[in-house]
Design a protein around this ligand. Structure first.
Ligand code: DGT
Ligand code: CA
Ligand code: ZN
Length: 579
């Protein structure tokens, strides 16, 4: 993992590109910073390490002045040119760009013409119809902007699970090997694997709380320390996320860990269960209450023992949402959740045939290195022209390459898949003869997002009915923190999938995690099987398969619910087309 520095550099360069564009600087410089942002976001190792070893200079697209900026950042945590740009713009300006479809050009227009420089000001102007005075701002734009502002408000202060995990890496590193550390765990929504989180919570038991607090702060190099006590330290990271650490005595650790893992709703339900058993539960312990009202702690050395003391099987953190887990634990009916290592096939990867970066054999080698035994290549189909969708002759060329690779037998089996567009009328993007030639067809919506719910639902169900469709890809099309999914009756689509033996994908791209885990639980109830997909566009992101595993666990899935937990042959046999 690259650690937080790369992400921060990517963010800083990205902000510089945005600010330059708002300021009306030349497009060439804007593009250059956009490229830098992308480069640092995708580095395979940490920028400081690559800087020290001289590799960074050799990185394509990284020139002398970028190297100087990286040095500045590693020494001071800041880049002067970035700070100078920030000083030229009003404080809330970049918030405007979080509105879907609202780019730097629009931001510049409202700032220059109407003096608008914050979400609040923009909202007022849109409500009062003032935006319409500007060229390019129709009434419809105003409505979209207002809807967009609502979305930004809803998402404000939330972070993708994967980003939050990156942000806390330095803390884990600083504390895991620290001599004062007795036990260390991630808690909160991050441990429960929520798709987005407000902040990160850590719980540590320590032989020396002050030393632990120091090590945490030093390791994180935060923007600000917002609280520093012996039992709790809070820091604010440059990306805007808070990280809280609770430091507790070793005997309190299991109770604190359970409490700060949450969810709040789960905790409430656990506490009322404790009460029914004449016990009391809080972050300091589980207590029995004697006849004289005297409280005595029930000593538990682990979370397992806490659950046991309440007559429950151990509830994995992912399930602690008060969605039936306590009842299931009482009856001994909790699922045995799917594990990373049980996933045998890497599914839904793009290659340089369409918009991926790497070749088919490179993706195969990377999947093999992760322990996968088969790879289902799924490039885009021809209507996805913006993503280099494959013409029929390219499909055939890829099939020949896959046949040749399988004949060579490089220790991983390749399957001929496709991420086939579902066209607006519900038909697929190739004719039957081509569709029949694939081993596996994942059908996805990439266009006409604005159909109304009945039309969108009918469109997707038409694809489900198509005998060549094996899997429905990213069913709702949501992009976390960016846009809601299209209007679709998920229940109806899942019911159709159950009827026709079509599987649904959990897309492991951290921005998607689509199908949402709440619906995954429902899919399982309906008997729909699930494919855990990476949607990788380069070698380095095949690991997103494991983000899909997280969502699958949160959706109560077991090995038997997951198609690509089957061996290569069984996977193939289990696909709808072969049923
Ligand atoms: P987040 O941060 O919004 O993504 O979600 P959480 O669940 O991490 O929430 P957070 O950070 O406010 O608190 C962490 C855990 O601490 C939470 O899941 C349960 C526990 N907790 C915090 N405040 C309360 C409370 O008022 N009542 C109860 N029962 N538990 C609480
Ligand atoms: Ca939290
Ligand atoms: Zn897609």
């Amino acid at each position: 993992m690259a650690g937080g520095v790369n992400e921060n550099l990517a963010r800083i360069f990205g902000e510089m590109a945005e600010m330059l564009e708002i300021l009306g600087e030349n497009a060439f410089r804007v593009r250059a910073y956009e490229n830098l942002s992308r480069i640092f976001g995708n580095l395979e190792r940490g920028a400081p390490e690559m800087l020290a070893s001289g590799e960074l200079e050799k990185q394509k697209g990284v020139g002398e002045s970028s190297i100087a900026k990286v040095k500045e950042y590693t020494e001071s945590g800041k880049i002067r040119a970035h700070e100078e740009l920030k000083a030229k713009l009003p404080e809330g300006m970049l918030d405007l760009l979080k509105i879907p479809g609202f780019g730097p050009k629009k931001a510049r227009a409202v700032w220059e013409n109407l003096g608008i420089a914050s979400l609040h000001e923009l909202e007022e102007a849109a409500r009062s119809g003032r935006l319409e005075e500007l060229p390019g701002f129709a009434q419809k734009t105003e409505a979209n902007i207002l809807a967009g502002i609502e979305l930004v408000k809803k998402n404000k202060g939330r972070f993708l699970w994967a980003d939050a995990m990156h942000i806390i890496e330095p803390a884990l590193k600083a504390l895991a090997g620290h001599p004062a550390t007795v036990k260390l765990e991630i808690a909160g929504s991050l441990r429960r694997r929520k798709e987005t989180v407000k902040d990160a919570d850590l719980v540590v038991s320590s032989e020396n709380p002050a030393a632990t607090a120091d090590a945490f702060i030093e390791g994180m190099s935060p923007e600000r320390v917002t609280a520093r006590g012996d039992t709790k330290v809070s820091v604010l990271m440059p990306a805007g996320m808070a990280v809280d650490i609770r430091i507790v005595p070793a005997e309190d650790f299991p109770y604190a860990l359970h409490h700060f893992t949450g969810s709040k709703e789960h905790n409430v339900a656990m506490r009322s269960r404790a009460q029914k058993l004449n016990r009391k539960m809080n972050e300091y312990g589980l207590f029995s209450i004697g006849r004289d009202g005297e409280e005595k702690r029930v000593e538990c050395g682990s979370e397992q023992e806490i659950f046991k003391a309440l007559g429950l099987d151990y509830i994995p953190p992912e399930l602690r949402e008060d969605m039936g887990e306590i009842e299931a634990a009482e009856r001994g009916e909790l699922p045995s959740l799917i594990e990373d290592a049980e996933v045998l096939g890497a599914v839904h990867v793009h290659t340089e045939y369409s918009d991926g970066h790497d070749t088919v054999p490179e993706m195969g080698a990377a999947a093999k290195a992760l322990g996968f035994s088969y790879l289902v290549v799924c490039d885009h189909s021809r209507s996805a022209y913006y993503a280099g969708g494959l013409q029929v002759r390219d499909v055939k060329r890829q099939w020949r390459e896959i046949d040749a690779l399988n004949a060579e037998g490089g220790g991983i089996r390749f399957f001929k898949g496709i991420e086939c567009d579902i066209l607006p009328d519900g038909s697929l993007d190739y004719d039957e003869a081509v569709l029949a030639g694939f081993d596996c067809v994942i059908a996805s919506v990439h266009s006409a997002f604005t159909l109304d719910e009945p039309a969108q639902t009918a469109r997707i169900i038409a694809a489900v009915r198509n005998r060549y469709v094996d899997v429905i890809g990213h069913l709702t099309g949501r992009l976390l923190l960016q846009r809601d999914g299209y209007a679709v009756d998920v229940e109806a689509v899942l019911a159709a999938c159950a009827e026709h033996g079509v599987a649904v994908e959990i897309n492991g791209n951290p921005n998607r995690l689509d199908l949402d885990w709440r619906w995954v639980k429902r899919a399982k109830e309906l008997g729909v099987r699930v494919v855990l997909a990476s949607d990788a566009h380069m070698k380095g992101t095949i690991v997103h398969t494991f983000a899909a595993v997280g969502a699958a666990r949160k959706g109560w899935l077991e090995k038997k619910d997951v198609l690509n937990a089957l061996s290569a042959d069984s996977f193939l046999r289990a696909l709808r087309r072969n049923a």
